[in-house]
Design a protein around this ligand. Structure first.
Ligand code: ATP
Length: 388
């Protein structure tokens, strides 16, 4: 009997032995999450009155916890809020980070609800070779990237942990009291030599899942939280959901996306920590073109072989990126079929991606160029949010 290829998916590392990347079926089984079925997507469309986002209808958002409960709330007019985040490890985000933010922006419109965005500058200080001052500065720089996605300021609160911690501290203490070292050890793989900053941090990522951490912004009525994120973040919220009932809090719901692969192939995700794996949001068109042209291809080794056998599409990074960024479903299908049959070549698929991704990144750059420090302060101001 051959065993399944090994894979590691944690908030700190995503690595798959298989060339075609993470086996998400196995991951859902291991994590205990639910698949997003066609029926659930149909219910989402019915309840919200909005067409499912391409990321949802293409199965790139593929797994969830309690999404039905969020839809029940929306159906009954019970207000919810959204929570997502970013660990400021670099001064610019990469196109992989765009996915949760693009989708969160869509969900904010669909549910017309408040959104809180956590910048974990403390976490990156604990985990990376960064001074606290640097991590705090990177959080503000990343906030500018995030604002460039077009979030509605009247309904959006961006906060960095080292500033907002006091407002969440009661909840953090309640969580820390209830989660044992043995539990975080088994969830996150901590050891005796892990710093206590790292060990205490999961409670800080958990706290925003409870609306009582945002009384001044959301009011004091308890409400459901929906967390859009890539599935590597799920362990934090498994811990949160476990502790929630013991604090008389509601378990947060989650909707998980797949990873945008690194340029070198699907065996690891695009990450700021892996050199040359990422297209950054401040890359020039020339750099984007060079990076895409150098990305791992699933095309045949020679033109002849490619025509004969077609592309191994699951190992092709450019095609994978198109599934995330191309809007036109019919055109995507055409590219899929033609490439797989060997009638379209790797270089042509890369060119299509360059033509699609470059203006998307340029648009973010344009938006970001007008984001001022005052705008960052305004998004970070503690105030009552609309639609709350
Ligand atoms: P990096 O190593 O690149 O800094 P990270 O995992 O530390 O990445 P975070 O800032 O902690 O990134 O993540 C912010 C959000 O972006 C999370 O929801 C995370 O799951 C998601 N994310 C990070 N990398 C990717 C990727 N390659 N594809 C899709 N989503 C991603």
């Amino acid at each position: 009997m051959t065993s399944a290829p090994k894979q590691t998916v944690t908030p700190f590392l995503v690595e798959a032995e298989s060339e075609s990347g993470v086996d998400y079926g196995i991951l859902m089984r291991d994590f205990g999450t639910q698949p997003i079925t066609d029926e659930l997507v149909a219910r989402f469309e019915k309840v919200t009155g909005h067409r499912a986002h391409p990321l949802l209808r293409r199965g790139l958002y593929f797994s969830h916890r309690d999404l039905e409960k969020v839809l029940d709330c929306h159906e009954k007019g019970v207000p919810i809020y959204l929570y997502t985040g970013r660990g400021p490890s670099s001064d610019t985000m990469h196109v992989g980070h765009m996915i949760p933010f693009i989708f969160t922006c869509y969900l904010q419109k669909v549910f017309n609800c408040p959104l809180v965005i956590q910048l974990t500058d403390d976490e990156k200080f604990f985990w990376k070779a960064l001074e606290l001052k640097q991590a705090r500065m990177l959080a503000r720089e990343n906030a500018k990237d995030i604002i460039a996605f077009g979030f509605d300021i009247t309904k959006t609160f961006i906060f960095q942990d080292t500033e907002y911690i006091k407002e969440m501290y009661l909840n953090i203490c309640e969580i820390q009291k209830r989660v044992t070292f043995s539990s975080v050890k088994s969830i996150f793989g901590f050891t005796d030599s892990t710093s206590c900053g790292r060990i205490a941090f999961p409670a800080i990522q958990a706290a925003p899942s409870f609306s009582s951490s945002f009384v001044k912004l959301l009011g004091d009525k308890q409400r459901y939280c929906l967390i859009p994120c890539a599935i590597d973040q799920d362990p934090y919220f498994r811990m949160t959901r476990d502790v929630a009932p013991r604090m008389n809090e509601l378990k947060p719901a989650l909707i998980h996306c797949k990873f945008v692969s690194g340029l070198q192939g699907a065996s690891s995700k695009m990450s700021s920590s892996i050199p040359n794996s990422a297209i950054f949001l401040d890359d020039t068109p020339k750099k984007i073109k060079a990076k895409i042209n150098g990305s791992k291809s699933g095309g045949g080794e020679t033109r002849e072989l490619h025509r004969q056998h077609g592309a191994t599409i699951e190992n092709d990074v450019a095609y994978e990126y198109l599934t995330f960024f191309m809007e036109d479903d019919d055109e995507l299908k055409r590219i899929h079929d033609e490439y797989k049959a060997g009638r379209l070549e790797s270089g042509e698929v890369k060119k299509i991606l360059i033509d699609i991704l470059t203006p998307i990144v340029q648009n973010i750059q344009q938006n970001r160029s007008v984001v001022t420090d005052e705008m960052v302060d305004a998004f970070m101001a503690i105030r009552k949010l609309d639609a709350s």
